[in-house]
Ligand binder design. Structure first.
Ligand code: SAM
Length: 278
């Protein structure tokens, strides 16, 4: 079959995948939602034409956005995921024995329903209605305004800073995140590609640094995202991932990407990243 789908990652660059089937295509209140099957990446969630996750590489993103902050906090009990409608992040969060409540606030119910139907491997915890899980369909920005001193860890698993995700990359949002965290809480956000989005990363790092005493950036290799090099940013009130000696908990046993060595090495940054983060 000769059907190709291109995500235009910049004005001058696209990533194109050969598609075998469009399993779902619709328009929600917030965005275009599609699930396609591709020969190289397997099934993929596509929102507003942007590749969000794929069966081929989802483990990298979901393990790295969940386990790095959860390994940094010594005893995370109450965890919030903002966005993450495909369910991959919450699937990783509930694996942690210390976690008692894993809340998820996703703005788009259609993303959740479609992923449960067509990406069940990723949505496993949502499908099983995992006992630790509490799912709310709503705006994460509004949810943050209302929460206070509640969470040990907040994970912002958002789409790009356009459309409903735009307000998730602002100083005002980070202030609300700070308020919603307990006094030793920390948060992480997916913060796009250091190769292609450094003005954004520079700005948000400055905002997070103005609020949190500890700010760290870490990297992972994710082929469907621009440049294949993706970064995540942590803001922490007390715990510094660079000072965690060893990940001794056993919650990570069946991981495909995250391990003890990755936890250390993911914070090693190339000079060009260090330079724009200065
Ligand atoms: N891994 C992905 C990436 O980096 O491209 C992100 C995956 S996840 C599908 C992103 C989710 O964030 C989407 O389902 C989107 O609906 C949700 N989202 C965007 N803005 C939101 C908001 N203000 N509140 C809650 N969820 C939001």
């Amino acid at each position: 079959m000769n059907l190709w789908l291109t995500e235009f990652q910049t004005d001058n660059l696209g990533l194109t995948a050969r598609i075998t089937e469009t399993l779902f295509s619709g328009r929600s209140e917030f965005q275009d939602v599609a699930v396609v099957d591709s020969l190289e990446f397997g099934r993929m969630l596509v929102l507003d034409g942007v590749f969000q996750t794929s069966i081929f590489d989802e483990f990298v993103y979901h393990e790295m956005i969940a386990h790095v902050p959860l390994a940094t906090h010594p005893n995370p009990k109450t965890v919030l995921v903002i966005g993450g409608g495909d369910g991959g992040t919450i699937r990783e969060v509930v694996k942690h024995q210390s976690v008692e409540l894993a809340e998820m606030v996703e703005i788009d119910g259609m993303v959740v329903d479609v992923c449960k139907q067509f990406l069940p491997e990723i949505s496993a915890a949502l499908i099983q209605k995992h006992p630790k899980l509490s799912l709310k369909i709503g705006d994460g920005i509004q949810h943050m305004k209302e929460a206070e001193n509640k969470y040990d860890v907040i994970i912002v698993d958002c789409s790009d800073p356009i459309g409903p995700g735009e307000g998730l990359f602002t100083h005002a949002f980070y202030q609300d995140v700070h308020k919603a965290l307990k006094e030793d809480g920390l948060f992480v956000q997916q913060t796009d590609s250091p190769l292609y989005h450094h003005p954004l990363i520079k700005r948000l790092t400055k905002d997070i640094r103005s609020l949190f005493p500890i700010t760290r950036t870490y990297l992972a290799h994710i082929p469907i995202y621009p440049g294949g090099m993706h970064c995540f940013t942590i803001g922490s009130k007390q715990y510094d991932p660079l000072k965690v000696d060893a990940v001794t908990r056993s919650d990570f046993a069946d991981n495909r990407y995250f391990n003890q060595e990755i936890f250390k090495s993911c914070f090693a940054l190339p000079n060009f990243v260090k330079e724009f983060l200065k």
